[in-house]
Unconditional design. Structure first.
Length: 184
């Protein structure tokens, strides 16, 4: 018997305690609440009004959390149709305006770039897309001069990132390694 879809909670901002419906899909791994709390504490001084790119958005929890806490706009990128539909439905239910591109991140980043001040790079672990996506973000003009980039990967795996991405902070929780870089 298939498990019922889950729900995750937005933990801060004006949407605090709102629940996001999460479809039951293989490989879908929402960022844990504890990790989101830490990440958004790190981002608090720079989040207001930021343009945010949520690549491999999945549930959209990171991008919705950013909107809840004052980000100016979020572009979600999610290739899985069921996931993208659930994300759109959550945005409508929460009365939040944001764009959801239903394409894979590699194809999305082949478009004409619009620089973002914050990017979430959290691809499905099995696809191992960290390096190619990081390279596309950097070389394609997708990042503003002092952009911040959040990278989530399996514990013990620090993906190679462009040389001008300086480690700002990092941590581990369970089987997840998370890191925040600053572009210089």
């Amino acid at each position: 018997m298939k498990a019922a879809p889950g729900r995750i909670r937005i933990i801060g901002g004006h949407l605090r305690n709102s629940r996001l419906n999460v479809p039951d899909l293989p490989g879908l791994r929402p960022t844990p609440e504890r990790v989101r709390e830490t990440l958004f504490n790190w981002l608090a001084p720079t989040l207001a009004g930021a343009r945010v790119l949520d690549l491999c958005a999945g549930t959209g929890a990171l991008g919705i959390e950013a909107l809840s806490r004052g980000a100016g706009a979020v572009q979600f990128v999610e290739p899985d149709a069921a996931c993208a539909d659930a994300l759109r439905a959550n945005l409508v239910r929460l009365k939040v305006q944001a764009e959801v591109a239903g394409v894979d991140a590699v194809r999305f980043l082949q478009r004409t770039a619009q620089p973002f001040g914050l990017a979430f790079l959290d691809p499905p672990f099995a696809l191992q897309l960290w390096e190619p996506l990081a390279r596309q973000l950097e070389e394609g003009g997708w990042l503003a001069n002092a952009a911040q980039i959040y990278v989530e990967s399996p514990r013990g795996h620090a993906p190679a990132v462009p040389a001008n991405w300086a480690m700002h902070r990092e941590g581990q929780a369970g089987e997840v390694r998370y890191a925040l870089y600053r572009r210089s």
